[in-house]
Each structure stands twice: as C-alpha cells, then as structure tokens.
Ligand binder design. Structure first.
Ligand SMILES: Cc1cc2nc3c(=O)[nH]c(=O)nc-3n(C[C@H](O)[C@H](O)[C@H](O)COP(=O)(O)OP(=O)(O)OC[C@H]3O[C@@H](n4cnc5c(N)ncnc54)[C@H](O)[C@@H]3O)c2cc1C
Length: 375
C-alpha cells in the first residue's frame, strides 16, 4: 500500500477533480479545510508521507491490499463484500418516530450501539435544506435529528477527526461507501505516532450509487425552489427515475437525467454500492416502503443486531432470495462500471505499478477488467 504526502494528494486527487469532499483529511492538521462541500488546502506542506494521503479514499485505494489485511482474502471480481446475513429490517418500538429515510434502521442501530456502550458517540450527517452538517451524536434525540438522506457528498469524516481530537475514543460513523473506504484505509494503516485520529469503532455503511455535487445541486435547485424551503429528498426506486424534493410548498420531481451532470467524477470510479468495507450496510428495500435492506458483515455487527432486536431498537425479518439476487446484480454492476472506468482513465493499477493510481487490484482481477470479464 503506497503512501505519499499532501502535495501528491493535491496532484492526484484535488487537481484532477477526484476529491469527493468526505472530510477524511480535514482537521487532521491546520492545512486542510472544508468549505461549501469542497476541501481546500490553505498552505503548502512538504511532508513526504501523511495521513491525509494514506487515508484518502480517492488515491491509492488498494482494494487487494485492504481485502488481504481486513478480510484475510483476495478482493474478488464478483460479490458485494463479506457478509454473514442479508435481512429486512426497520426500527423497533423503542425508537421514537422521526423523519427516517426508509425504516429508520440506521438510526436504530446507532441508538443500540450507544445504548450497549459499544461507542461513546456517533458521527452522523445532519443539516437543513441543502446544507450538510456533520455532527457527533450521543443521545437518541441527537440521532433522530440527523435522520434522512442528504444526497450530496458531505465532509462527515471531519467530525470524526474533531471528535477524536477532543478525546472521544470510541466512535461509530454512518458512512457512504467512499467514506467507508476512507475508514478502511485507517483500519489497515493506523498512524499511532501522530495524534488521536484513527479508525472508527463501528462503521454503519449506506448503499450508494452516486451522490451529487453540493454547489452544483444548490445552483440547479435555486432556479426552481427556495433552498431554505427544502425539507427532504428521496430517490424512489425504478422505474420512477426522479429526485423527489419535498418543500414547505409541496413536492417537486426532477428527472434524474437532468441532474446526472451534477454527479462528481469520483463517483464514476467507485466500485462499491453496498459499503463493502463497513461492519454493517443499510439501503432501501425496493417494493417495501418503511423497511430497509440490512447487510450484516461480521461478528461485531451480528452481536449488535441481536442486542438491538432484544432491546426493542430493531425489528428484523427474512429477506427474499430473489431480492438478494437483485441486490447482488446491482452491486456487481457498479463494481464493473467503476473498475472499467478507472482502467479507461489510466487510474487502475496492478501490483508492481509504481505510478500513482486511484484504485489498485490484484493481477488476476486487473487482467479480468482488461478483458472485460468483470460484469
Ligand atoms: C448520497 C446517498 C446516496 C444513496 N443511494 C442509495 C441507493 O442508491 N440505494 C439505496 O438503497 N440506498 C441509498 N442510500 C441510502 C438510503 O438513502 C438510506 O440512507 C438508507 O436506506 C438508510 O435508511 P434509514 O431509514 O435506515 O436511515 P435513517 O435512519 O433515516 O438514517 C440516515 C442516516 O444517513 C446519514 N446521512 C444522511 N446523508 C448523508 C450523507 N450525504 N453522507 C453520509 N451520511 C449521510 C445520516 O447521518 C443518518 O444517520 C443513499 C444515501 C445517500 C446519503
């Protein structure tokens, strides 16, 4: 796994427009800051190797190295990441009502993790209108206040760095796949010699096909709606093909084709739809409103879901095999598109390639992508 410094981070990620603004490098040092959804470097820094570069999800994301280190096996051409179970889930009776995006599974799991003492706090992404506001939540009320999806990329991980710097030792993070990849970089490459920032105790991932550029979306919507009037957004399952925006004056449906140009280029290189690097992953349950799809990836996650059900935070049911197959196909489609796009742009590396690359895979997978066999 290759680590370079902040100048290389600028050259490999910022300048080619691949920064997703996840906040991983923000507040690790005085130099990187987040503003209006963009990450900026305030001063030059000639450090040869830095956490900013080591933990960035958009450069030197060595899928093969991470899989060997964290999963103990190669990164496969097929699949949707390791998992023990895929279930249907929703919030249980113990969670008060809120503006949950789906069934409130994420909020319920966060509350259960706090209740069980597994973590002291949870880094979430709240915000009003089009603003995203990363927050450290420690109570169910604070968790509920962040419910719902903001479909723009958010600097969530800056709040993790801040929380750890302030002494919050064990933290959960609710993360999109790119943020979960940044957190996997931390698990695989801890940096104990410098500061408190490091891995998260628990990562609850979200399914994600793409996000939208915050400034681009703000300008686009400003022609149609007063941004402060925006209450929530949703992307209903196919065949709807729209972004639904709920405002104080009713709802607005925007065809997805009109906003595809607002998807950051970095999303096109992402091979992960189901937050494969997280401990658990949650998405919508197509065809069953009020429920979520929940992927339980490891034993820590299994213990949390069992405790959450026992204490009334969560309800789980069987997930039909046909839906699971559909999910796998969707995940595989994103992996194939992401790896193929990286190859086409010269950003996919194999072992022994010492040029900077956004993604790295093992030699067999590299050949399979070259031959168009990852589909
Ligand atoms: C950008 C984006 C794209 C998505 N795309 C898909 C998709 O293609 N298919 C699918 O099935 N699901 C997708 N989701 C996930 C889905 O919208 C729900 O978040 C998920 O189903 C959990 O629902 P819930 O009711 O359990 O969440 P809730 O209990 O309402 O909790 C939602 C959590 O999401 C977090 N959050 C909100 N916005 C962001 C953000 N921008 N970045 C990081 N965290 C955030 C909040 O911290 C909150 O804790 C996407 C989510 C996002 C943020």
């Amino acid at each position: 796994m290759i680590t370079r410094g902040p100048r290389q981070l600028l050259a490999e990620v910022q300048q080619p427009g691949l920064c997703i603004g996840c906040g991983s490098c923000v507040e690790l040092c005085p130099y990187f800051r987040s503003h209006g959804g963009k990450t900026v470097m305030l001063h030059d820094c000639d450090l040869a190797e830095g956490r900013c570069h080591a933990w960035c999800p958009k450069t030197e994301l060595d899928l093969e190295g991470l899989a060997q280190t964290l999963w103990g096996r190669p990164y496969p051409a097929q699949g949707m990441g390791p998992h023990l179970a895929v279930v249907a889930a929703k919030a249980g009776p113990r969670l008060e009502s809120g503006s949950y995006q789906g069934g409130g599974t994420v909020s319920a799991l966060v509350c259960a993790a706090l209740d069980e003492g597994l973590v002291q706090g949870a880094v979430l992404t709240g915000g009003q209108g089009l603003q995203t506001a990363p927050r450290l939540a420690a109570t169910p009320e604070e968790v509920i206040a962040c419910a719902g999806s903001r479909f723009t990329a958010a600097p969530t991980l800056a709040a993790l760095n801040r929380a750890q710097a302030q002494g919050c030792g064990s933290v959960a993070v609710v993360a999109t796949p790119c943020q979960a990849a940044a957190l996997a970089q931390r698990r695989a490459k801890p940096w104990p010699q410098r500061g408190a920032a490091g891995p998260a105790e628990l990562v609850i991932g979200l399914f994600c096909n793409w996000s939208l550029d915050p400034q681009g979306l703000a300008s686009f919507l400003a022609q149609r709606v007063e941004p402060r009037e925006i209450r929530s957004m949703d992307i209903p399952p196919p065949p709807a093909g729209v972004l639904k925006v709920e405002t104080g004056q009713g709802s607005l449906e925007i065809p997805l084709d009109e906003i595809r140009g607002l998807i950051p280029p970095a999303c096109g290189l992402c091979p992960d739809m189901t937050s494969e690097w997280a401990d658990l992953a949650v998405g919508m349950y197509e065809g069953r409103p009020g429920w979520n799809t929940l992927v339980v990836r490891n034993e820590k996650a299994r213990a949390l879901t069992e405790a959450a059900v026992e204490k009334g935070w969560l309800v789980m049911e069987k997930f039909p095999a046909a839906n699971q197959e559909h999910l796998l196909q969707a995940a595989q489609g994103k992996r194939s598109r992401g790896l193929s796009a990286a190859l086409a742009q010269g950003l996919l590396g194999g072992p022994g390639d010492d040029q900077p690359k956004a993604l790295r895979v093992g030699s067999e997978l590299y050949k399979a992508v070259e031959n168009g066999e990852v589909a």
